[in-house]
Design a protein around this ligand. Structure first.
Ligand SMILES: [Zn+2]
Length: 337
């Protein structure tokens, strides 16, 4: 197995490239970590910090020395984060100015100083302009990591002066290992089945998988899927049974009590239902049982493929569909036919 930065899973190529650059003392001063959310860009930045500062295993990080442990716990002065006070917020311009000033004047802990913008789009144009000179020509040993999900949020002046490092989706095995580690401290630990389901749904994002593993609404969506698969087999009697029928009771529970924004909530419910349904059908195609507690549905692979197409179409139509309940009824009818 390849050597890894402490606490980092996957992203072998990116790690190898960064480690090599540190070993040759050629690490670019401006790095952009771009990739989907939840794949571990911030974790990779922390690992990079350990690799820069660790004296025990230079260019890699040992994970156990004082320096590595302080970086892991966020108490090392040589790895600092510029992040908004709350998720989705903006970084204050004063914070950007103070940072720029300090990076030019103040002494550092150690020979290196890593600054992580998490996410870089929270900085804003004014903030970047305040730091532009510092980012373009930093003091020796200063490195920046800008965390983004897309390059379009960065100013061209920043983009042209930085090195882009792609941080792609994780393997399911890595996602599963991260989820198991993260949910170990949860109040009610999710079952192994639930973790497997969350990993299958998350598409290589450990962050999303952890969220799904702990998401109580997933149970209601699974119960709804069971009713939906059953109704698609029974046909009109089950589809048009009215609000008190098992199908639409399950629908109401999955949508949950809503005072405002019901259409958005219904769309989210249908989206999660479709994603679970697709996962169920793909599992069936692989000859497996499908999702826990959900009836198997059709057994003929051609029929399963036809259902996959139909559900995929339903999923793609959700955004432009004014009446999601009606579109679910229509899909069920055409499946039952
Ligand atoms: Zn170390």
């Amino acid at each position: 197995m390849m050597a890894q930065f402490p606490g980092v899973r996957g992203h072998a190529q990116a790690q190898a490239r960064l480690s090599r650059a540190i070993a040759r003392d050629q690490l670019h001063h401006g790095l952009i970590f771009v990739g989907p959310s939840g794949v571990g860009k911030a974790t990779l930045a922390r690992g990079l910090g350990a690799a820069l500062h660790c004296q025990v295993q230079p260019a890699l990080g040992c994970g156990t020395c004082t320096s590595c442990r302080r970086i892991a716990s966020g108490t090392h002065a040589g790895v600092e984060w510029l992040a908004p006070a709350e998720p989705g917020g903006r970084v204050k311009i004063e914070a950007a100015r103070t940072l720029a000033h300090r990076l030019e004047m103040a002494p550092f802990e150690g020979n290196h100083h890593l600054v992580v913008f998490d996410p870089a789009d929270a900085i804003g144009e004014a903030g970047f302009n305040a730091m532009l000179k510092t980012i373009e020509e930093p003091r020796p040993g200063v490195h920046f990591v800008m965390i983004v999900t897309g390059l379009d949020v960065l100013l061209p002046t920043i983009l042209s002066r930085c090195l882009t490092v792609r941080v792609g989706r994780l393997d399911d095995a890595d996602v599963a290992a991260i989820v198991e580690q993260q949910v170990a401290t949860a109040e009610t630990a999710p079952s192994a089945e639930r973790i497997e389901l969350a990993v299958g749904l998350a598409g290589g994002s450990a962050g999303l998988a952890v969220k799904l593993a702990l998401d109580p609404s997933l149970d209601a969506s699974l119960a709804l899927l069971s009713q939906v698969v059953g109704a698609a087999q029974v046909g009109p009697a089950a589809i048009f049974g009215g609000d008190k029928s098992p199908l639409w009771q399950a629908w109401s529970s999955a949508v949950g009590p809503v005072k405002t924004g019901k259409p958005a909530r219904e769309r989210a419910t249908l989206r999660q239902l479709c994603e679970l349904w697709l996962l169920h059908l793909r599992e069936r195609l692989r000859g497996r049982e499908g999702l826990p507690g959900v009836p198997p549905g059709p057994t003929d692979p051609r029929a399963v493929l036809a259902q996959l197409d139909e559900i995929q179409g339903l999923l793609e139509s959700i955004a432009r569909n004014p009446n999601v309940r009606l579109s679910l009824e229509q899909t069920l009818l055409s499946l039952a036919a």
